[in-house]
Write a protein that binds this ligand. Sequence first.
Ligand code: GLY
Length: 367
Amino acid sequence: MSEKGLAAAPRVVHVSAASADYDVTVGAGVLSELGRIARSAAGGARCCVVSETNVAPLYADAAEASLAGAGYSVAERVVFAAGEQSKRLATLGEILEALAERELTRADVVVALGGGVTGDMAGLAAALYLRGVAVVQVPTSLLAMVDSSVGGKTAVDLAAGKNLAGAFWQPAAVVADVRCLASVSPELFRDSCGEVIKHAVLADAALLDELIARPITADQLDEARLADVVARNVAIKRDVVDADERESGVRQTLNLGHTIGHAIEAASDFTLGHGSCVAAGLCMMARASARRGWCSDETAGRVEACVAAHGLPTGSELGADVLMRYMAHDKKRRGDGVNVVVPAEVGRCEVRRVSLDELAELVALGR
Ligand code: GLY
């Protein structure tokens, strides 16, 4: 790990989405810059940190100290129970009531401190409270840094499925301190690599080759390298969000690996991690694409090599019939068909519309 205090200058990736533009600041130790960044991006007099029971004890004091140092009056933090089971309407209601009790005004700022669940919940609370207040996203997990904190998707789960109620609400700023990754469990860190690999397959062939040669692992946290990998992931996502904020076109490519991955995840009753399922779905779709002649065997081989190098599953034991049962109910299904994302080559992917029968053939080919 690079010496604390001598970290390289933060990397700033600028997002210019249709509805808002903002900076994503990535680096080691940038949590101490949160107040300055929030003040210049969002202004306001008061702010409130929303976090969960695992993350708040680790980083909320530092976040609030930075916010207070920048002149904010910091309201009592709102902390909900950690875990996906909190990502529901009842918890969202509690967060909204807490913001109202603290008398936050429309000029004030919500600070979402935590992983993907926190970013989604606090982001949606900010979108709804007083019909919209500024939110600054402070992701503390790898998945949240490379994916969910950027692009403005916020949501809660419903009984019928994950992320079924939400809003697009872009943050005023994102502050990603890679030092926070030291507190992420090795299992969760490895799982998140599924989304990192997905981004590399989508748009950065050099990154994929680097990751094959030198996988990122939780036991070798090199801050400079992590900041580089996170910033490059954010830049990939930024390019997509800038072009298509509302997912009517190119943003669909971010679903690479997700059609089959979501089915594996649901079939496991969500006991398998999201990133691991995406990794397996990515490999299966790459193998199927190679067999269909949509990409080369070499492309599929590189995808699989990267996934295997990170200790993630390259496929699933589940039968095509089982997976199809879940895919037939996928929320992204449109009519009788599904848009699947397939690698054309490493760094370039395509959206193809297939019927459910063709999808079943692809799944069988990819196993
Ligand atoms: N995580 C996919 C997206 O933001 O569109």
